[in-house]
Design a binder for this molecule. Sequence first.
Ligand code: SF4
Length: 329
Amino acid sequence: MNAPFHAPAPDPAQDGAAKPPLEVLIAAPRGFCAGVDRAIEIVEKAIDRYGAPVYVRHEIVHNKFVVDGLKAKGAVFVEELDEVPVDAPVVFSAHGVPKSVPAEATRRNMIWLDATCPLVSKVHRQAERQVKDGRHIIFIGHRGHPEVIGTFGQVPAGQMTLVETEADVAALALPADQPLSFLTQTTLSVDDTARVVEALRAKYPDIMGPRGEDICYATSNRQNSVKAIAPACDLVLVIGAPNSSNSVRLVEVSERCGTPARLIQRAHEIDPAWLDGVGTIGVTAGASAPELLVREVVEQLATWRHVVEQQVETAHETMIFKLPRQLTV
Ligand code: SF4
């Protein structure tokens, strides 16, 4: 743990009654990952280069604050390519898209930029390779998530089967002589995924898979940092959107450590009653939530309690991803 930062003790004369103390453990790493940083920079640089509006297919990252900020700068968010005028530039989100989407943009002679996180693209290339080698892929992920839709769209229909749980693995009825491999979504629970992989290996001993799994460094680092603070906390606040897979996983990680957790998007959602009986609170943020929102939460807590803040760092991240060539030449 890093040295604690003690906010100045409140002066009862200035502050009415003295506020009761609240220890705030801030998890690190937290918040923006390299893929989210890159996706946001792609949209901003595209607006600079091509002028507004720049269209973005799907929320660039799952965070309303970020999306609203980009809208104010000239980004227009749509769900499908046919909502984009052919003469306007379009950016594909960090979650990745099926191959058919850039193919259609190229066919329509559109200017398009791919903000797919390179770690998601890596899974896409693995999927192509496995199918080329004649293997059927079992994909561990969450049904309906854009990353899952994008990865399924890298290979012909019928070459990949989705499983979410160990029960799904038990229900699989693939031919015994079918060569198999597995891949995973990047933002899953590390612990749940390990169990699903174990079930797959037990049922199909010859199944091939990545060395670990495809859960990205940012997802596992954020889950580990919650594991480090949650046992010492009475409550953990996770800043993130309800449709942000990695944020929802952080809530689960805390709860599995025996500490209740709340997912919030902004500080104003905190109910002061949540702090009843709470002496130590944890704060973290999903990979698509900016640091500004963490500070907003700490400042909100400081309006009710005398905050003593301490950062608990479990890993140091230095990952940076390159921008697409169109924006660097
Ligand atoms: S959470 Fe992981 S896979 Fe997703 S954008 Fe961030 S680094 Fe990439």
